[in-house]
Design a protein around this ligand. Structure first.
Ligand SMILES: Nc1ncnc2c1ncn2[C@@H]1O[C@H](COP(=O)(O)OP(=O)(O)OP(=O)(O)O)[C@@H](O)[C@H]1O
Length: 255
């Protein structure tokens, strides 16, 4: 579903080149909920943003749904991105548009006729349980409701992949639980492959089947958390996952 082949990302600065991600390969299978964890600055967001070419890799290939995005023309990339939704920590809703019009936005850009747009917006509002907030502006919504609108907007074009960059970091624990349930539901009901970056281990342990652990721009370990009993081997993974892993396996948090 998602294949990163030796992708790397460097930034130019006045002090020379900064390496955000060293040449790294990764495969995420169709239907997975895949987590990316690591300390601040490890390169998590950069690797996620390379999966839809929001960040163009310095080297390597990004293959999503069998298509090498690094070889796409701008027009081809626009089309390919319709099957890759994304949500962010700070939602990034258009403040001067209602919830319904925010959800309609990607459909407008894709040239979907008005009648079909309205139908799809209605469906997406239903998926996130916000039918009654169609006419509300972002300023009139709570953080959790804003993220639900952002999820609905990401789903509007019926993506096969949903990239989630710290989707619950601006939310309280209870709202975090609600958002995680929506993400899990979308994965189950529609088979959408989810890649989720989070610094919150409880979030990751709660919904991810497999995770990649990043340190200094590299994936140092991938782990299966789905009850296989696989133990972390690197120090950083042990540190991040900690002793609470066992305690949380039964889904103590956010239920
Ligand atoms: N646009 C940029 N220009 C220069 N350096 C950047 C840029 N974006 C990221 N970096 C650097 O690349 C490295 C990885 O950043 P990234 O945001 O991917 O880390 P992260 O693991 O997501 O961190 P955090 O959890 O703090 O968000 C950091 O050292 C960061 O300073």
């Amino acid at each position: 579903m998602i294949v990163l082949e030796q992708v790397s990302k460097s930034y130019r600065s006045k002090d020379g080149l900064i390496s955000a991600v060293a040449p790294t390969s990764l495969e995420v299978a169709e239907g997975e909920i895949f987590g990316i964890i690591g300390q601040s600055g490890a390169g998590k967001s950069t690797i996620l943003r390379m999966m839809n070419l929001l960040e163009a890799p310095t080297t390597g290939s990004v293959i999503v749904n069998g298509r090498d995005l690094t070889k796409c023309s701008p027009q081809e990339l626009r089309v390919a991105r319709r099957s890759i939704g994304m949500i962010f920590q700070h939602f990034y809703l258009l403040q001067n548009r209602t919830a319904a019009d925010n959800i309609a936005f990607p459909l407008e850009i894709s040239g979907v006729p008005k009648k079909n747009r309205e139908q799809r917006v209605k469906q997406c509002l239903e998926i996130v349980g916000l039918e009654d907030k169609a006419s509300a502006y972002p300023a009139q919504l709570s953080g959790g409701q804003k993220q639900r609108v952002a999820i609905a907007r990401a789903l509007a074009t019926e993506p096969k992949v949903l990239l989630c960059d710290e989707p619950t970091s601006a939310l309280d624990p209870q709202t975090t639980g609600v958002i995680l349930e929506f993400i899990r539901d979308i994965n189950k009901r529609f088979g959408v492959t989810i890649v989720l970056v989070s610094h919150d281990m409880e979030v990751v342990k709660h919904i991810c089947g497999r995770i990649a652990v990043m340190e200094h721009g590299s994936i140092v370990e991938t782990l299966d958390l789905s009850g296989t009993g696989q133990k972390p081997t690197t120090e950083i993974a042990k540190l991040l996952l900690g002793d609470r892993r066992e305690a949380l396996k039964g889904g103590v948090a956010y239920v």
